[in-house]
Design a protein around this ligand. Structure first.
Ligand SMILES: O=C(O)CCC(=O)C(=O)O
Length: 291
């Protein structure tokens, strides 16, 4: 249930934690379906799930995870956060929502072991339009809102998500350079000089944050794996971050509302178009092109 406090905190901090939003049985089922995916090499597919080619410390990212089973399909419009998404992305009754309420531009399962992390990135001062935070005319208009679902408890040493509260509105980068930061701005707790907060979560909690907030993932120092699921939502005129297409089987299984979120656009084609011409019109890339 969307509360005034959720709206206030999301505006103020750039993130909100929905405690106990999912049932533990739902989380267990997500973990079971994730674990059922056999090991995949980078840039390879298992069915319609694709493993990204990430630097090793970022872990194993299994893209198009909504193809991995019914528990993941439910996350497309889960009632625990669906109203939050519509409020944070905004524009529910005008030209911006012409193709539907919202769109998933990326969804993946992410598994990280000891030593894994992702450096701090993003921040309001970067001003990217895709990830922007905006509040205008009594409405949010966010470009990308992330739904972060832990499948394991995440506490100290587990590689928690790091956020700089309020940084989705920042105009300047943090001024003190970290001597240990690499050119690609990779820094990690506890050496990060930025005023980060570690977001500790229990199974069943859901973290929602606007991608414009400065964020990263602390280095995991504990043994074992951190397993999470991340769905990124934006306006229905967005497009897939990596160019993935949902499978026909998935689209057929989904409810009309879910189908619109996975594939908002419907295409108008002239009757004379042959299947060959249609395929030629789609720009295709070899899987190796992905990053
Ligand atoms: O892995 C994490 O905790 C942070 C995730 C992240 O950086 C992102 O979703 O952009």
């Amino acid at each position: 249930m969307l509360s005034d406090l959720d709206l206030y905190q999301f505006d103020l901090n750039g993130y909100v934690i929905l405690r106990g939003a999912l049932g533990l049985d739902e989380v267990a089922e997500l973990e079971r379906q994730l674990d059922a995916i056999p090991p995949i090499n980078p840039n390879k597919w298992f069915g319609h799930v694709h493993r990204e080619n990430l630097p090793e410390e970022r872990g194993v990212s299994l893209q198009q995870i909504y193809e991995a089973g019914p528990a993941f399909e439910k996350l497309i419009d889960h009632p625990a956060y669906f109203e939050h998404l519509k409020a944070f992305i905004g524009n529910q009754d005008d030209f911006d929502s012409h193709h539907g309420p919202i769109y998933i531009d990326e969804c993946f399962g992410l598994i990280r072991g000891p030593g894994g992390f992702i450096g701090m990135h993003s921040g309001g001062f970067k001003r990217t339009k895709r990830t922007q935070f905006r509040y205008h005319n009594h409405e949010f208009h966010c470009g990308q809102v992330n739904v972060f679902i832990p499948l394991t408890d995440i506490g100290p040493g587990d590689g928690a998500t790091l956020v700089v509260p309020g940084s989705h509105k920042s105009n300047l980068p943090y001024p003190r350079k970290n001597p240990q930061s690499t050119p690609s701005d990779q820094i990690d707790k506890p050496t990060s000089p930025e005023p980060t907060v570690e977001v500790h979560l229990k199974r069943g909690d859901v973290l929602m944050f606007v991608d414009a907030i400065r964020h990263g993932g602390a280095k995991r120092t504990n043994p074992g794996l951190r397993k999470v699921v991340i769905y990124r939502f934006g306006p229905s005129w967005g497009n897939s971050r990596h160019g993935y297409l949902p499978s026909k089987a998935l689209l057929e299984r989904l409810t009309p509302q879910q189908r619109k979120i996975v594939q908002p656009q419907t295409y108008r084609l002239p009757p004379s178009l042959t299947p060959d011409e249609l395929m030629a019109g789609l720009k295709m890339t070899a899987p190796e092109g992905f990053r």
